[in-house]
Design a protein around this ligand. Structure first.
Ligand code: CU
Length: 339
């Protein structure tokens, strides 16, 4: 009983917090999915209650009959009972088939409506590449100077249709932002697509929805939906190379980063660091989290992550590098300055 209350409280809390919930739709598709969910919920809930009431009645009747210890029924009564039972079974079978058919039609038509979103206009295309256990995002554009590659957090303008082009670098992952749409698997050597659109501003959490190994649970990302002008400003800022260090301490931090093996896996545009095995860090300081939603992005957490990433996210593909204590502070400051 205690557990049940706990579960209910958790459910109420998550609904109130409105974070990552398929029942708090922010776009047309998740709206339809939520509508379908409630339709199923009410219909099946009503059926459940009716079945329970019938069962209760039967149980009570059976009880009464047993108590009264009735004599055996005569032949005629047994026959009328059989015809009645027959018609009850027939009617309930037909009703069941009809209801199942209605549910089938409802879910197929919602699936079709959801797939049709991209039919009008030219969408913005974002390529998503799933990696164990982080997300790479690229805004594709015919103009190469407008192509932006980033990680674990993207912004989109509200009201605009976005085409998600999913791929995977290793195993099967699944792109899922419950507030915006259903799941779409990311499959190695294949491209899968889904359209999304956010109709109101907000920060929507996404989560890998296909088990992909040890750190599957720590493979989250954020979609920040904002008005067009704010989005444009963000995009322009992200397209810039990393800001040059403004103080000697930051310059020292940059130098430290470039001196360690970090550069083999991470890119910071505008510097010689150009590795691609890990997330692009050009604007790392502007992101909300470290390591795909694992930790809030604070200097303290970043220090912990750099010194021992394996204790925070065991098994992840970042190497543990013995950064000298004196080198660490400027490096943290520098990375956090990359807004
Ligand atoms: Cu996964």
């Amino acid at each position: 009983m205690k557990r049940l209350w706990f579960a209910l409280a958790a459910l109420a809390y998550s609904a109130a917090a409105q974070q990552q919930s398929a029942l708090n739709p922010a776009g047309p598709q998740s709206g339809r999915i939520a509508g379908l969910w409630w339709f199923f919920f009410y219909l099946l809930g009503a059926i459940f209650i009716i079945v329970m009431l019938i069962m209760l009645r039967t149980l009570m009747r059976g009880h009464r009959n047993a108590e009264e210890n009735q004599p055996l029924e005569n032949h005629e009564r047994a026959q009328t009972r059989e015809t009645r039972l027959r018609s009850i079974v027939t009617v309930s079978s037909v009703v069941t088939v009809v209801l199942l058919f209605i549910l089938l039609v409802a879910s197929i038509s919602i699936g079709k409506a959801n797939a049709d979103l991209g039919a009008s206009g030219k969408p913005m295309i974002i390529q998503v590449i799933g990696n164990q256990w982080w997300w790479q995002f690229s805004y594709l554009n015919d103009d190469p100077s407008q192509v932006l590659t980033t990680a674990n957090e993207i912004h989109i303008p509200i009201g605009k249709t976005v085409l998600i082009q999913g791929q995977s670098n290793d195993v099967i992952h699944s792109f899922w932002v419950p507030n915006l749409h259903g799941k779409r698997d990311l499959i190695p050597s294949r491209v899968t697509t889904e359209y999304i659109r956010a109709d109101r501003p907000g920060i929507y959490r996404g989560q890998c929805a296909e088990f992909c190994g040890l750190q599957h649970a720590h493979m989250a990302f954020y979609i920040v939906a904002e008005p067009e002008d704010k989005f444009k400003a963000w995009m322009q800022a992200q397209l810039q190379p990393a800001v040059a260090p403004a103080t000697p301490a930051l310059a020292q931090g940059q130098q430290n980063f470039l001196n360690y093996a970090c550069v083999y896996c991470h890119q910071i545009r505008g510097t010689t660091a150009s590795g691609t095995n890990g997330p692009d860090l050009t604007h790392f300081g502007s992101r909300r989290t470290i390591a795909a939603g694992t930790l809030p992005n604070t200097p303290g957490n970043l220090g912990g992550w750099i010194v021992n990433p394996q204790s925070i996210k065991p098994g992840n593909h970042m190497a543990t590098i013995a950064v000298k204590p004196d080198d660490l502070q400027p490096m943290i400051q520098y990375l956090e300055s990359l807004k």
